[in-house]
Write a protein that binds this ligand. Sequence first.
Ligand code: G3D
Ligand code: MG
Length: 176
Amino acid sequence: MSQNYSYTFKILLLGDGAVGKTALVQRFVHGKFQKAYLMTIGMEPYSRYETIDDTKVCFSLWDIAGQDRFKAMRGMFFRGAMGALVTFDLTRRQTFENVANWIKEAKSESPNSLFILVGNKNDLEDLREVSEEEGIAKAKELNCIDYIETSALTGENVEEAFYKIGKTLLEKKKKG
Ligand code: G3D
Ligand code: MG
């Protein structure tokens, strides 16, 4: 079953510490995740197999961890990436200001990569420091395919965020 997929999409989780990258991946793979040896060098790859528009695809999700201690490994993390969820925390403005840096770094290693801008923790409405309008504008400015607000806690829009990037990558593949 899971072996019969047509495409593997390497997708990165990018963003500052504690924005919710690991929580989003955990939510998306809900238990079907595979922990692998790369964990020991500061990143954790997970897989989820899905059917999008009648095509079976493998989401290969790369969640960076402890990036400061593992800087030398970053090239390997970024290399071959096709897309990234560039995540910030809606309750911490500084994490929003940093998204451009994450995109810049990823682009230097994988120039054709697609990016979706993700504002996470939208369940914490009272603590919000970044508006939806600002998120939309930033996504446009940075040429992201979309802007989406998620909550790894409630699960809101988590599937949608991963599917959006999967669907866009699939369309790109099919166009050749
Ligand atoms: P990171 O992988 O980007 O570093 P984590 O971030 O996934 O480890 O999440 C950092 C903290 O934010 C965790 O809290 C986690 O539970 C919390 N978090 C992640 N996503 C959400 C969300 O959507 N809503 C809320 N309210 N919290 C979230 P702790 O306390 O365990 O450090
Ligand atoms: Mg993490």
